[in-house]
Unconditional design. Structure first.
Length: 120
């Protein structure tokens, strides 16, 4: 997949929005205010960070050791970095992105606000 295809796919997922809080060379895609992918346009080759289940992180790096690395500038237990290329099938890349979105969105469910009214 190409970078624009990854970005388009990520933005189609529920409650997703794009921003550039780290400058124009780094695109962040969030769901409900929480990051689920980071596209690093400045690196060579271009890469994307995504969240994954800790058990899957290890398997993914073993399956694609040339293209999946520990999450660059991220928690290595929960994040991987994928080198963008056409070597990994688009379906697998989309699964990584969808899983990242799911893992982040399940933690951002809105909590019911506590009542501020004092009882007498």
């Amino acid at each position: 997949m190409e970078i624009d295809e990854i970005l388009d796919y990520a933005l189609q997922l529920p409650d997703s929005e794009e921003s550039t809080p780290f400058g124009p060379d780094t695109i962040v895609v969030k769901t409900n205010g929480k990051i689920f992918i980071v596209l690093n346009l400045r690196s060579e080759p271009i890469s994307v960070n995504y969240k994954a289940d800790p058990e899957q992180i290890i398997i993914q790096k073993e399956d694609y050791p040339q293209f999946i690395l520990p999450g660059y500038h991220m928690n290595k237990i929960h994040w991987n970095t994928l080198i963008i290329n056409r070597q990994i099938p688009a379906k697998i890349v989309k699964d990584f992105i969808k899983t990242s979105h799911f893992l982040v969105s399940k933690k951002t469910k809105k909590k019911t606000p506590k009542s501020t009214k004092k009882s007498n």
